[in-house]
Write a new protein. Structure first.
Length: 244
C-alpha cells in the first residue's frame, strides 16, 4: 500500500474527485502530502526534522499574517501566560475581547493577581491558542500594557456578556459596565509569533503519520511559520484600527 510513497519525490499532490449524489455532481479538491525521508545531514546537524520539514516562511507577509489572523479569530479563547514571583509561569483561560492587527486586547478585573504579575514582568507574557479540530495552533510572545478605566477602547469592546464576570454590587458604581472602576484593559503587543496551520484533512493526517511510520519518513502535515519583531511592527502599522 505504501510502496508508492517510497518512490515518489513529490511533496504534495492535488487531485479533484467528482461525486454524483441525487443527480447533482460536485467536485472536491484534496491535497496529498507525502512523508519526506530523513537525511544523514539532518541527524549530523542536530536538526529536528519534524520542524525543519514543515517550515514555510517563503511566503509573503500578507499570507503569513492573513493565515495567522484567520486561525486566531476562529478560536476566541486562549491561554494568557504571565510570570509570577516565587511561582514561575502561570496561565489562565481568557476570552479575547478584540484582536487589532497582531495585538490582542483583554478586559479583566483590576483586582486579579495577573495585574501584579504584569506590573513586575510586563515583557514575560504569552498567549497560546489551539484548535482541537484541525490542530492549528498559535504561540505569541509579547509585552503587556495595562491602562486605566478611562481608556476609550473599553467602551468599544465591552459587551453585555462581560458583566457576567464582574457582577453588579448595586451601588451604581461597581456595575460590571464599562464605567466600573474594576474594569481594566490588558493589551498584549506581540513581539514574536509562531503558528502551525494544518494542510491536510483529519484523514490525510492519519495517512501521513502511518505512511511515515511504514516508510521511515518524517510526517509533514502542515505549514509552520514565524514572524519576528520587525515584520510585526509593519503589520501593526498597516492592520491595526482602534482608538489609542
Amino acid at each position: 500500500m505504501f510502496a508508492s510513497l517510497r518512490t515518489t519525490s513529490a511533496r504534495s499532490t492535488t487531485f479533484t474527485s467528482t461525486v454524483t449524489k441525487a443527480f447533482r455532481p460536485f467536485s472536491t479538491t484534496y491535497t496529498l502530502r507525502m512523508p519526506e525521508q530523513l537525511t544523514a545531514q539532518e541527524v549530523n546537524s542536530k536538526t529536528d526534522p519534524s520542524v525543519a520539514k514543515q517550515w514555510d516562511n517563503d511566503v509573503s507577509a500578507e499570507k503569513k499574517f492573513g493565515d495567522f489572523y484567520a486561525i486566531a479569530d476562529k478560536l476566541k479563547i486562549g491561554l494568557l501566560g504571565t510570570l509570577r514571583e516565587g511561582t514561575g509561569p502561570v496561565h489562565r483561560s481568557m476570552a479575547v475581547a478584540k484582536r487589532t492587527g497582531p495585538d490582542f486586547l483583554f478586559l479583566a478585573n483590576a483586582h486579579s493577581q495577573k495585574f501584579n504579575d504584569i506590573e513586575k514582568h510586563p515583557e514575560a507574557v504569552t498567549i497560546t491558542f489551539q484548535n482541537s479540530s484541525t490542530q492549528d495552533w498559535v504561540s505569541i510572545t509579547g509585552k503587556a500594557v495595562t491602562t486605566s478605566n478611562e481608556d476609550p477602547r473599553i467602551k468599544e469592546i465591552w459587551s453585555r456578556g462581560t458583566s457576567a464576570w464582574f457582577g453588579d454590587l448595586g451601588d451604581g458604581v461597581h456595575t460590571g459596565k464599562p464605567e466600573d472602576p474594576r474594569m481594566k484593559l490588558i493589551e498584549i503587543q506581540s513581539k514574536y509569533i509562531s503558528y502551525w496551520k494544518a494542510e491536510v484533512s483529519a484523514l490525510g493526517f492519519g495517512k501521513e503519520v502511518i505512511g511515515a511510520i511504514v516508510t521511515g519518513g518524517v510526517a509533514n502535515t502542515g505549514a509552520l511559520r514565524e514572524m519576528k519583531e520587525d515584520e510585526i511592527k509593519q503589520a501593526r502599522s498597516s492592520d491595526s484600527s482602534m482608538s489609542s
